[in-house]
Design a protein around this ligand. Sequence first.
Ligand code: DX5
Ligand code: ZN
Length: 226
Amino acid sequence: MSAEILHDVRVAPSILAADFARLGEQVAEVMDAGARVIHVDVMDGHFVPPISIGALVVDALRDQVHGAGGVLDVHLMVERPERRIEDFAAAGADSIIVHWEATPHVHYALKAVREAGLHAGLALNPATPVEVAAGLAGALDHVLCMTVNPGWGGQPYIEGSGERVARLRELLGPDVPIEVDGGIDAATAAECAAAGATLFVAGSSIFGSGDPAGAYRDIAAAAGAA
Ligand code: DX5
Ligand code: ZN
C-alpha cells in the first residue's frame, strides 16, 4: 500500500478512542465516511505512562485497511523506537512516526523506517523546539507536531500550537506533510490548517461522539480535507 496518500490533506482517526470490543466495525465506519489514514497510538509505559497496544493490533487491521485503500499511520510513543521498526513493518504499518525525545539516535531511527520501505515521520513534543526538524529534513517524510502532551486521548488542545505549525511550515517548505495530534476537532483543525498542517489526527472528537462518521465529515470539512 502506498503511503502517497499521506501527502494529501487528510483527517486520520485515532483508534485509541475507539471501542476495542468492536474495533473492525469502528474502523469500517470511518473508512466508509471517507477516512483513508488510520492512526495507531503505541505506548510503552516508559516514554509515556500508559501502555496501549502493539504490533498485534496493526496486524489485525492490515487487511481491512489496505483492502479499503487506506494506510496505517503508526505513532510510536516508546523509548528507543529504532528497536521496534522491524516488528511494526512486518505487521503492516505504512508509516512509522518516532519521537525526537525518545532516542539519542533519531536520525538512525528515521533511516531504519525508510529502509524498511515505509514513510518516516518525526514527532515533536510540545516543549521541543520545532527547529530540530530542520536538521533532519533530508531524513524524514513528514513531521507530527504534538498539540497535547503525548500519552492520553481526550486532552485539550494546547493554545499557541498553531504558531508552532506555522514555524514548521516555514522551516520545511511547502511539500512536507505536517500532522497535528491531540485535541483536534473542527475548530482546532481549522486553526491548524490555516497554519499549514495537512494531516489531522482526531480520536475522541470522532470515536467519542455519538456519530463517528458525521464527526469525521465535519472535521474533514473544517480542515479542507478529502
Ligand atoms: C496522544 C495520541 C493521540 C490521541 C489523540 O498521545 O498521540 O493520537 O489519540 O486523542 P484526542 O484526539 O482525543 O486528543
Ligand atoms: Zn498519536
